[in-house]
Design a protein around this ligand. Structure first.
Ligand code: NAD
Length: 491
């Protein structure tokens, strides 16, 4: 396995600073990979591929089994790195690693997941069977918000199938990927099977264009995702792209109020709203509109602090630019006629005055035409809409271009069923605020939240990282040599 670490100083002349979002201090830097280094990384993956693809599936499984153990043993260490570079609270960072670990555990089921199909005796003495085979060199491009979980959606699934992998973590949070790669090496993955490059646009273009890269897994914004999907597809690659979101929580008046308000607040403001499955939009239906003041009270009680401080509920945003963008979107709400019921723009966190903090913010009287509704805010901001009926709520959700996740809060089974069936969103929670499927299923965001046709992890993940070869084979006991050419289509 090859790592591009600072000891390649002679070749690399550009560096990317890494900041602690709670202080904005520079805490490290990564070398921006040069073209020569990126070429070398792909060559290394390509060279390692034949032997790795030929390694028995049981041996690949063993590597992954050791890997899951090492991740468990180092979970707190990885989480600390995430908090330092990304800002989320330590408890949340542990959840980030844990959800990735579950995908590694799922990848260990490769021996059943990769099974092909067989059909004996399709005609006399003839059998048909299929194999699932790896593609070759695959690549991953990850966002900043889940520094462990999202890379772990990618390379373990790809590699257990026999592919080798080129990973490009977010240049803002490379530490977790580097440590995860080291642990994979310690688990016995051969040199060259995983390479990591750092960078942004140039690295992304390189991945999209390189003829030896067969498939790209992307997670991030729509701006980057649409571009990568188009450019990678144009170069004949498989591309799966998980992108942005605007997730609605529909609150029915018959819902368990205590539970619902707590779930909404947790899902809107946890991780400072920097989750693609954050419930960033509430639709209060009918009498549930009266719960708004209580929602605000609960949000007020959340503690904003550096992620490594005890008791912190949410940490800072990733960069000063992200903070400015979120504040501008809150401003737009005021300008366009919404009401700010809770305003986190001016929050000061003692001891962390230079951090990118925004406190929980609730904007009410929001209409679907407003900018703060249309844009993905990706901050600790809950926008609240109101309707009189469930049908109106469904219409709003289905008119929104994104289809990542949604939740309904109700105690009525028929209401829950109606919502789940009519809503055009890929991941639906019934009294579950962040319905991210476990890895035996797949991550199934839809509409503008996804491009491609095969989702991340689960059976679909295996499909994405494999191709099928079918073999039609005839073995006759007696000599049945054809006496003349068979020119008619076999039936
Ligand atoms: P981002 O798109 O800015 O960055 C993602 C990756 O793309 C990074 O590795 C980055 O280097 C690269 N990149 C960024 N801009 C690029 C450009 N213009 N051209 C080429 N490459 C570029 O995303 P982010 O800010 O790191 O992450 C937040 C976004 O990711 C949000 O929109 C969030 O909803 C989304 N997200 C989606 C999911 C999901 O599963 N649907 C999960 C997590 C995050």
């Amino acid at each position: 396995m090859t790592f591009f670490r600072p000891n390649i100083r002679k070749i690399c002349d550009k560096w990317i600073d890494i900041h602690n979002p709670a202080t904005n201090e520079v805490i490290g830097r990564v070398p921006q990979a040069t073209k020569a280094e990126m070429d070398a990384a792909v060559t290394s993956c390509k060279r390692a591929f034949p032997a790795w693809a030929d390694t028995s599936v049981l041996s690949r499984q063993q590597v992954l089994l050791r890997y899951q153990q090492l991740i468990k043993e180092n979970l707190k260490e990885i989480a600390k790195l995430i908090t330092l570079e990304q800002g989320k609270t330590l408890a949340d960072a542990e959840g980030d690693v844990f959800r990735g670990l579950q995908v590694v555990e799922h990848a260990c089921s490769v021996t059943s997941l990769m099974l092909g199909e067989t059909m004996p005796s399709i005609t006399k003495d003839m059998d048909l069977y299929s194999y699932r085979l790896p593609l070759g060199v695959c690549a991953g491009i990850a966002p900043f918000n889940f520094p462990a979980m999202i890379p772990l959606w990618m390379f373990p699934m790809a590699m257990v199938c026999g592919n080798t992998f080129l990973m490009k973590p977010s240049e803002r949070v490379p530490g977790a990927s580097m440590l995860l790669a080291k642990l994979l090496q310690d688990s016995g993955a051969p040199d060259g099977t995983l390479n990591i490059i750092h960078g942004q646009h140039e690295a992304v273009n390189f991945i999209c264009d390189h003829p030896d890269i067969k498939a790209i897994s992307f997670v991030g914004s729509n701006q980057a995702g649409e571009y990568i999907f188009e450019r990678g597809s144009r170069h004949g690659k498989r591309v799966q792209a998980n992108m942005g979101a605007k997730n609605h929580g529909v609150v029915m008046p018959d819902a368990n109020k205590e539970n619902t308000l707590n779930q909404l607040v947790g899902a809107a403001f946890g991780a400072a709203g920097q989750r693609c499955m954050a419930l960033s939009t509430a639709i209060l239906v009918g009498e549930a509109k009266k719960w708004l003041p209580e929602l605000v009270e609960r949000a007020k009680n959340l503690r904003v602090n550096a992620g490594d401080q005890p008791g912190a509920d949410l940490g800072p945003l990733i960069t000063p630019q992200a903070k400015e963008r979120v504040c501008n979107l809150i401003d737009s709400g005021t300008k366009e006629g919404a009401s700010i019921l809770l305003d986190g723009r001016k929050i000061k966190v003692k001891g962390y005055e230079n951090g990118n903090f925004v406190g929980p913010t609730i904007i009410s009287n929001v209409k679907p035409t407003m900018t703060c509704y249309k844009e993905e805010i990706f901050g600790p901001v809950l926008v609240v809409l109101e309707t009189d009926t469930l049908d109106e709520a469904i219409k709003i959700v289905n008119s929104n271009p994104y289809g990542n996740g949604t939740a309904i809060f109700t105690t009525n089974g028929a209401t829950a069923r109606k919502y789940s069936h009519l809503v055009d969103v890929g991941q639906v929670g019934v009294n579950v605020p962040i319905p991210v499927p476990l890895p035996m299923f797949s991550f199934t965001g839809s509409r503008s939240s996804f491009r491609g046709d095969t989702n991340f992890y689960g059976k679909q993940g295996i499909q994405f990282y494999t191709q099928i070869k079918t073999i039609t084979s005839q073995w006759k006991e007696e000599d049945a040599t054809l006496s003349s050419p068979a020119v008619v289509m076999p039936t």
